[in-house]
Design a protein around this ligand. Structure first.
Ligand code: NHF
Length: 458
């Protein structure tokens, strides 16, 4: 006899039952980029489990043409929203005169154009939230902070990841304080940065640290043109192309800025201590005009020792460069995470890095032996020069030890895969979503979510 069963509730389409749409609120997503934020957000979107989470990036257009297939356009009262399909990621670009001006992602000076753009962005996201049909917001830095009131009104929980604090820009510092109080959960990208910036993070007791990760399927020698004699041959080819002599070679890759990346510290190390030393130094990057001119002048004066690649290298070129040089110099004054360190480790460029933020955490991780490179006090040009000279000598005297360090470096990088990072965010999203039932956007007003759901402090 057949059992009588209670009638089943109609099945929701598989997609809606199992995949939570997550709004990624960011000003950067590859190739619309300024720095590491784009790398991190892009890697996270690609690494999320597609069966469980659908990333929906929403960002200002900032004067960029989108390289992805166009899906639809919506005309909202105060902006135009274009939807694109970037692989498995849905991307919305918002345009109006404030959000789409001059190809500038972060307008300078921040106090006027920047705050206008930031506020506009959050307000327009608020307007779009219902149509996005997301269950969760993930703010990457606080640029979208102005949508948080509407998000709470709609019962949408939110995670805020602090990639970098902006105490030097008071309007944005205010946005950070406001969103850290309003978000359901707050994370940052290294334990050292959280400790260094306890003045901010003590705003709540449940800040979680989720270290960044990189796509190790991209950051691998396997994707380079096959080279029977490996690294030595790659380095030889690079040095011939740059007309530099065969000797230990160091590279700086990054933004030429005044406050963070420390290119001036490396220039001081060169001018004060390394002129004529038996080593090569390659600068790859751009940014502050005066700093660029100073690097160019040093390169011109130190004819067969210093070279400047005066542009932002695309990731493929960064990969090839890091796979050819001996060492990566990372002289940051502060560094919440420092993705370039993981990229360098993955490609076997041993780091000479300042002891700050994520750089300190990654280099201090166990096992401590073999040493993967050298560290020095941030801002200490003499200390940096000493570390570089010591490593240049070691490279010549003990090539086997260098090879061993490179293997260990790759193993260290593998602890920072984008998949591992994504799994931590998935756990956070699940905890936030599971903390309560959220009605669909526009549904009845819910009880307040428990603060910091799922964000255990570490
Ligand atoms: O890696 C992505 C990046 C960090 O240290 C970096 C920074 C901005 O300053 O999290 O954000």
């Amino acid at each position: 006899m057949r059992e009588l069963r209670a009638p089943r509730a109609p099945r929701e389409p598989r997609d809606r039952r199992e995949r939570a749409r997550v709004a990624m609120l960011t000003c950067e997503f590859d190739p619309i980029r300024c720095g590491g934020l784009a790398t991190m957000v892009t890697a996270l979107c690609r690494a999320l489990d597609p069966a469980r989470f659908q990333p929906v990036v929403v960002m200002p257009r900032s004067g960029h043409a989108a390289p992805w297939p166009h899906v639809e356009q919506r005309r909202l009262p105060y902006c135009v929203a274009d939807r694109y399909q970037a692989g498995a990621t849905e991307v919305w670009l918002l345009s109006n005169p404030l959000l789409d001006s001059e190809g500038v992602i972060y307008p300078e000076p921040y106090d006027h154009a920047g705050i206008k753009k930031t506020d506009e962005y959050g307000e327009r996201v608020a307007e779009l939230l219902g149509a996005l049909d997301v269950r969760l917001l993930h703010l990457h830095d606080a640029y979208a902070y102005k949508c948080l009131y509407e998000a709470r009104r709609l019962g949408l929980p939110s995670a805020l990841t602090i990639h970098r604090l902006h105490e030097d820009e008071p309007p944005l510092a205010f946005a950070e304080m406001a969103s850290a109080r309003l978000a359901t959960a707050v994370t940052t990208v290294s334990d050292a940065y959280r400790r260094e910036r306890d003045d901010f993070f003590s705003i709540r007791s449940d800040v979680q640290v989720i270290p960044n990760g990189i796509d190790l399927d991209f950051w691998t020698e396997d994707l380079l043109p096959p080279e029977p004699s490996g690294r030595a041959a790659r380095r030889g080819r690079l040095l011939r192309a740059l007309e530099l002599p065969e000797r230990p070679t160091f590279a700086f890759v990054g933004r030429f800025d005044r406050d963070q990346k420390g290119v001036d510290v490396l220039l001081d190390a060169h001018d004060g201590h390394l002129r004529g030393a038996p080593l090569n130094l390659i600068f790859a990057g751009e940014g502050d005009r005066a700093l660029g001119e100073r690097v160019a002048a040093v390169a011109a004066a130190a004819g067969d020792q210093v070279r400047l690649l005066h542009r932002t290298l695309p990731p493929e070129e960064v990969r090839a460069l890091l796979a050819a040089v001996d060492f990566a110099v990372i002289p940051s004054r502060y560094e919440p995470f420092g993705l370039i360190l993981i990229e360098a480790l993955a490609m076997g460029a041993l780091p000479i890095a300042s002891r700050v933020g994520g750089l300190r955490d990654v280099l201090a991780a166990r096992p401590a032996r073999p040493a993967l490179g050298r560290s020095f006090e941030a801002g200490d040009a003499a200390g940096l020069a000493r570390a570089m000279q010591e490593m240049a000598r070691l490279a010549l005297a003990a090539p086997d030890a260098m090879d061993e360090a490179r293997r260990a470096a790759r193993a260290r990088a593998e602890a920072y895969s984008s998949r591992r990072m994504a799994a931590r965010y998935e756990a956070l999203y699940t905890a936030i979503l599971g903390a309560r039932a959220f009605p669909p956007a526009g549904g009845p007003r819910p009880e307040a979510a428990p603060r910091g759901a799922g964000a255990g402090s570490r």
